[in-house]
Design a protein around this ligand. Structure first.
Ligand code: SAH
Length: 224
């Protein structure tokens, strides 16, 4: 089976499981080639619903997690998005597909921050190869500080596990009415995924489900 067929099969199975519902997210998952964001020797596993190693002791999340976060963020054309934890760049490309679809009159943009320089380089190469380089800006740094240069953001997603106290810069850099999706809890293997909506200075938080992410390391994250 070729990669495109495998990708279709994965999307069908996620839809059947009820993980994927929105047609825009389904289209994005069908479009972005996950196999071009992972090490070549893992290519044959690219369309299995599992996290994969991407080097620097980090992983690309399982596809169902990418799908869930995209749905909860209610990403739409024109959104300005901040992602903390670029990793492979795959999730950033999915977000770009949703906020800046082809031939858009009102394209949004994705800013994504990664602390490992090697992963920054790899992600830039993958994003170039897959045609997302103009829609995604990859920044090397500590994402717990956010990225004030482009704030405020319509949507913020964190793809590493935050301590229970959400990094204050991320709350501050969220636009009024904006949505923040973040796993928070302990550094080990137990966190919950939260969807937080800003209304004025009030943050309405919803706990979604138990999850397992690599730790968010930084000033407002865990210690290295
Ligand atoms: N979204 C990624 C998955 C990332 S795994 C993908 O689609 O592949 C989480 C990533 O967060 C790791 O690459 C890790 O290095 C990074 N990370 C952890 N703490 C960080 C911080 N403070 N700032 C930026 N990146 C961080």
């Amino acid at each position: 089976m070729n990669f495109e067929d495998k990708r279709k099969q994965l999307v069908e199975s996620l839809s059947k499981r009820g993980v994927l519902n929105k047609k825009e997210v389904i289209k994005a998952m069908l479009t972005v080639p996950r196999h071009l964001f992972i090490p070549r020797d893992a290519e044959s596993s690219a369309y299995m619903d599992t996290p994969l190693s991407i080097g620097c002791n980090q992983t690309i999340s399982a596809p169902h997690m990418n799908a869930m976060m995209c749905e909860y963020l209610e990403l739409k054309e024109g959104d300005k998005v901040l992602e903390i934890g670029t990793g492979s760049g795959y999730h950033a490309a999915l977000c770009a597909e949703l906020v800046a679809p082809k031939d858009s009159n009102d394209p949004g943009h994705v800013y994504t921050i990664e602390r490992h320089e090697k992963l920054v380089e790899n992600a830039r190469v993958s994003l170039k190869e897959t045609g997302y380089v103009d829609k995604v800006t990859v920044i090397h740094g500590d994402g717990t500080m956010g990225y004030p240069q482009e704030a405020p953001y319509d949507k913020i997603l964190v793809t590493a596990a935050s301590p229970k106290k959400i990094p204050p810069p991320l709350r501050e850099q969220l636009k009024e009415g904006g949505i923040l999706c973040i796993p928070a809890g302990s550094m080990g293997y137990s966190q919950d995924l939260y969807v937080i909506r800003r209304q004025g200075d009030h943050f309405e938080s919803n706990k979604i489900t138990g999850v397992r992410f690599v730790p968010l390391i930084g000033k407002y994250g865990f210690n290295p």
